[in-house]
Design a protein around this ligand. Structure first.
Ligand SMILES: *[C@@H]1O[C@H](CO)[C@@H](O)[C@H](O)[C@H]1NC(C)=O
Ligand SMILES: *[C@@H]1O[C@H](CO)[C@@H](O)[C@H](O)[C@H]1NC(C)=O
Ligand SMILES: *[C@@H]1O[C@H](CO)[C@@H](O)[C@H](O)[C@H]1NC(C)=O
Ligand SMILES: *[C@@H]1O[C@H](CO)[C@@H](O)[C@H](O)[C@H]1NC(C)=O
Ligand SMILES: *[C@@H]1O[C@H](CO)[C@@H](O)[C@H](O)[C@H]1NC(C)=O
Ligand SMILES: *[C@@H]1O[C@H](CO)[C@@H](O)[C@H](O)[C@H]1NC(C)=O
Ligand SMILES: *[C@@H]1O[C@H](CO)[C@@H](O)[C@H](O)[C@H]1NC(C)=O
Length: 405
C-alpha cells in the first residue's frame, strides 16, 4: 500500500505590534494588571494609596499592560520602535517634603514588586537592588521627587537601567504642590537605538514648557524579547499622591510572527512506516523581511503518482512563498510608521488644565505628518538645558516635545 502524507506548514503573516489607548481607566477593564496598592479609581489609576482613612506612607503599586510587548526578535535581531504617551499628576498637597515618584518601565515578565516596602526604589526595586538590579533587570524613566543619596538635587527625570542611579537625568521643573497635570512621551527609535523622553515642565509663572532627555541604549542588551510594560510608584517616609490619567502605547516590530498551520493531505489512509518529513527552511532573511517557513513532508515509498502530487504541492508552495515575499515588501519595505518627529510646545497657563485641552493641544499631534525636526534638533546637552525660563510671548517659544536627534 502506498501512502503519501503531505504536510504543509506555512506561516500567516501578522505584524508584531502592540497598540492601545486608554483615555481614561475603568475598573472593569481587564487589560491591566494591578500590583501592590495600585488600583483603578473612577476614571484614573491611583498608583499608591490615596484614601483618607489609610496610611499613605510606605505604599507602592504598579500597573502593567496584560499582554507582553514584543520588544525585539531573536531571529532577525530586529528591535521594535515604540511610542508611549501618558498623563499623570503627582500631588504633594503642599507638604514641604514629599516623595517618591512615578516611573514608566519595561521589564521581563514576572518582574515582582520588591518584597520590602521602601520609597527609594519607586516601586521598581528594593534592598541591594536599588543600586544594582542586574539580576532583576528593568529599564525605566523615573519622575523622581525625593532626593536619595544617589540622586541629583531637586525633582528630576531620569533614565534608569538596572539601577535607581540614573544613566541620564535632568532637573524637572515640576509643579506638584497642587498636583498639576503632566504629559510625558517616551519613544524608542530602534535604528538610532535612542530612548527619548519629553515631558511637561512649569516655569515660575506656571507656564508649561517642554523638557526632554534622551539616551542611546540598545534595549536588547538588557531586556528579553518579550517585556512587561507599565508604571510604578511609591511613598516612604514622605508621601504624595500618584495618579495616572491616561496611557497610550504604539509599537511596531517589522517582522512576521510565525503561526504555523499544518495542512495534512492524506492521499492514502495508511502507512507501514512513519513518514519522515522533509522541511524546506528558507534562510532567515535580512532586515525587514519576513521569515517564511515552509515544510513539506513526503511519506516514504513515493509512488509515481505521489511524486506528481508532491511536485504539484511544491509548485504551490513556491507560489505562496513569492506571494508572501511580495506582501512583505509592500507592507514593510516602506519606512516605519510615521512616528512623531516633533511636537510643538503647549503654551497655556498652568491653572486647571482639562484633559480635553491637553488632547486637543499640539501635544496630541503624536502622529502628525512628521514635521521636520531639524530646526530644533539638539544635542542631548541642549536637550537637557532646554529649560524655558522666560515667560515671554508664546510666539517666541521654539521648543518642541520631540525626539531628540
Ligand atoms: C498593528 O497591527 C494591526 C493589526 O495587526 C494593524 O492594523 C496596524 O496597522 C499595525 N500598526 C502598526 C503601527 O504597524
Ligand atoms: C487616543 O484616543 C483619543 C480619544 O479618542 C484620541 O484623541 C487620540 O488621538 C488617540 N491616540 C492615539 C494614539 O490613537
Ligand atoms: C551588579 O551585579 C551583578 C550581578 O550580581 C555583578 O555582576 C555586577 O558586577 C554588578 N555591577 C556593579 C556596577 O556593581
Ligand atoms: C545628573 O545629570 C548631570 C548632568 O548631566 C550630571 O552631571 C550628574 O552627574 C547626574 N547626576 C546623577 C546622580 O546621575
Ligand atoms: C530614527 O533615527 C534615524 C537615525 O538617526 C532617523 O533617520 C529616523 O528618522 C528616526 N526615526 C524616527 C521615526 O524618528
Ligand atoms: C499608532 O498607530 C496607529 C496605526 O498606525 C495610529 O493610528 C496612531 O496614531 C499611532 N499612535 C502613535 C502614538 O504613534
Ligand atoms: C492500516 O494498517 C493497519 C495495520 O498496519 C490495519 O490494521 C488498518 O486496517 C489499516 N487501515 C487502512 C485504512 O488501510
Amino acid at each position: 500500500m502506498i501512502i503519501i502524507l503531505c504536510l504543509l506548514l506555512f506561516v500567516h503573516p501578522s505584524s508584531a505590534n502592540l497598540t492601545f489607548n486608554f483615555t481614561s481607566f475603568n475598573p472593569n477593564n481587564h487589560e491591566l494588571n494591578y500590583q501592590g496598592d495600585a488600583a483603578p479609581s473612577n476614571t484614573v489609576i491611583q498608583l499608591t494609596r490615596n484614601q483618607q482613612d489609610k496610611e499613605m506612607h510606605w505604599s507602592s503599586g504598579r500597573v502593567t499592560y496584560q499582554k507582553l510587548f514584543h520588544l525585539w526578535d531573536k531571529d532577525s535581531g530586529e528591535l521594535a520602535d515604540f511610542t508611549t504617551r501618558f498623563s499623570f499628576t503627582i500631588n504633594s498637597g503642599d507638604q514641604p517634603i514629599y516623595g517618591d515618584g512615578i516611573a514608566f518601565f519595561l521589564a521581563p515578565e514576572g518582574f515582582e514588586l520588591p518584597p520590602v516596602q521602601e520609597g527609594s526604589g519607586i516601586g521598581l526595586v528594593g534592598g541591594d537592588q536599588v543600586v544594582n538590579s542586574t539580576l532583576n533587570p528593568f529599564i525605566a524613566v523615573e519622575f523622581d521627587t525625593y532626593k536619595n543619596d544617589w540622586d541629583p538635587v531637586g525633582d528630576h527625570v531620569g533614565i534608569n537601567i538596572n539601577s535607581m542611579v540614573s544613566v541620564e537625568n535632568v532637573t524637572w521643573s515640576s509643579l506638584v504642590h497642587n498636583g498639576q497635570k503632566n504629559i510625558a512621551r517616551v519613544s524608542y527609535n530602534s535604528s538610532a537605538k535612542r530612548l527619548s523622553v519629553a515631558f511637561t515642565g512649569f516655569d515660575q509663572t506656571g507656564v508649561i514648557f517642554t523638557q526632554r532627555l534622551g539616551k542611546v541604549v540598545d534595549l536588547k542588551r538588557y531586556l528579553p524579547e518579550y517585556v512587561s510594560i507599565g508604571f510604578s510608584a511609591s511613598t516612604g517616609d514622605y508621601f504624595e499622591i500618584h495618579t495616572l490619567h491616561s496611557w497610550e502605547f504604539n509599537s511596531s516590530l517589522p517582522i512576521y510572527e510565525e503561526r504555523i498551520d499544518p495542512i495534512v493531505s492524506e492521499i492514502s489512509m495508511n502507512s507501514s512506516a512513519p513518514s519522515p518529513s522533509v522541511f524546506l527552511r528558507p534562510v532567515p532573511k535580512s532586515k525587514g523581511q519576513s521569515k517564511v517557513v515552509l515544510g513539506i513532508g513526503l511519506g516514504l515509498g513515493l509512488s509515481v503518482s505521489g511524486l506528481i502530487i508532491g511536485f504539484f504541492m511544491f509548485g504551490t508552495l513556491k507560489k505562496r512563498r513569492i506571494i508572501f515575499q511580495k506582501k512583505d515588501e509592500d507592507e514593510f519595505g516602506a519606512p516605519l510608521p510615521n512616528l512623531p518627529k516633533a511636537l510643538p510646545t503647549v503654551m497655556f497657563s498652568a491653572t486647571p488644565i482639562t484633559m480635553s485641552a491637553f488632547w486637543g493641544s499640539p501635544l496630541a499631534d503624536l502622529t502628525g505628518s512628521g514635521r521636520d525636526y531639524t530646526m530644533c534638533s539638539s544635542s542631548s546637552e541642549d536637550a537637557k538645558s532646554s529649560k524655558h525660563t522666560s515667560s515671554s510671548s508664546a510666539s517666541s517659544i521654539a521648543s518642541f516635545v520631540g525626539d531628540t536627534e
